[in-house]
Design a binder for this molecule. Structure first.
Ligand code: ADP
Length: 326
């Protein structure tokens, strides 16, 4: 059994719906197991500046349904420097924090890995990102909510696209990963998804034009993953305007709306399970692992794998999208 009395918890990097449900789960599981909990505000920044507050069960009441993160989140360049991490470690010692639960994306887990190595601190990570781009877990906290937000928004855009018989390129987030674009495209019945994972293999725009869009329909919706590789929705629209001026093209960038909103049941349950598993892992003396769920089973994924390995897209989905858009 690990020698841990007090767990610090923080959210870092891009926020994601379900982070609050995860904070609640970590806090209550820790208290249930007889541990103290301290909430660290503004991610690694708060660990450096000492924004630390003792958490009881009522600090996390009534937050399971709220988007965002009550602990706030931040990007913190100081933590990338050795001096910053040393100050963070001093805060931990002063506050009596023996272990950390870090909820965030690949950047946050990269920082956690480095910190854990340098100071021999037990850290467990929870995958909190709408992008779903962490290896070792079927989905990440926030991904399902963002997918549903995309679906609702694109359903509305379809009404106007159809009325005007337009081609819409709709850019969704993803941080150079195509999960939101591909699954969002299937969920809204889009023509196609343009995703970075296959951009070196095929010219996706050429394919789209070659297929003549959906012949039986008078409008077209194409979801484009934000990406420097593809140039995003703007890049696609510019190309169409130049190469195929007869198309009436419009661009919508969904933007930060995708980060907000009350988490779906899927994300809440994921966050509850992962949060409880984080405390189990620490008590089992696990360290420097991210909690994942694969095939409905909790798994411990070493930080090195979660961050470094590429999570593949399911290529069957590309085929389904192609078949269903005839
Ligand atoms: P996300 O966790 O959503 O991917 P970022 O990439 O912005 O978000 O990372 C969040 C924070 O994690 C950074 O602001 C920084 O404090 C920390 N971090 C990211 N990369 C590193 C690194 N290489 N070394 C130390 N800390 C890092």
């Amino acid at each position: 059994m690990a020698n841990i009395n007090c767990v610090g918890i923080l959210t870092s990097g891009g926020d994601a719906p379900g982070m609050n449900a995860a904070i609640r789960a970590v806090t209550r599981s820790a208290i249930y197991n007889g541990l103290e909990v301290k909430g660290i505000y503004r991610g690694y920044k708060g660990l450096i500046t000492g924004e630390v507050v003792p958490f009881k069960t009522n600090n996390v009441s009534n937050i399971i349904q709220q988007g965002g993160t009550i602990l706030k989140t931040a990007r913190c360049d100081e933590f990338k420097e050795p001096d910053g991490r040393q100050t963070a470690f001093e805060t931990m010692k002063r506050e009596g924090i023996d272990a950390l639960v870090v909820i965030g994306g690949d950047g946050s887990l990269t920082g956690a890995r480095l910190f854990a190595q340098e100071y021999d601190v037990p850290i467990v990570g929870l995958p909190g990102t709408i992008d779903n781009d962490l290896y070792g877990t079927d989905t990440t906290i926030g991904y399902d909510t963002a997918l549903n937000t995309i679906m609702e928004a694109v359903d509305k855009i379809r009404d106007t696209a159809t009325s005007h018989e337009r081609l819409f390129f709709i850019e969704v987030m993803g941080h150079d990963a195509g999960f939101l674009a591909l699954n969002g495209a299937i969920a809204v019945g889009a023509e196609a998804a343009i995703i970075p994972e296959i951009s070196t293999e095929v010219d996706q725009l050429e394919e789209l034009i070659k297929n003549g869009f959906r012949k039986s329909k008078n409008s077209s919706i194409v979801l484009v993953a934000e990406s420097e590789v593809t140039g995003g929705a703007m890049g696609m629209a510019d190309r169409v305007k130049k190469e195929y001026p007869n198309y009436d093209v419009r661009v919508t960038i969904l933007g930060h709306i995708q980060r907000g909103g009350s988490p779906t049941a899927h994300d809440r349950i994921l966050a509850c399970r992962m949060g409880a598993a984080a405390i189990d892992a620490l008590l089992e003396d696990q360290r420097n692992v991210m909690i994942g769920i694969q095939n409905d089973t909790i798994v411990y994924v070493p930080f090195s794998k979660a961050i470094k390995m590429d999570k593949p897209i399911n290529r069957d989905l590309l085929n389904i999208l192609r078949i269903l858009s005839i």
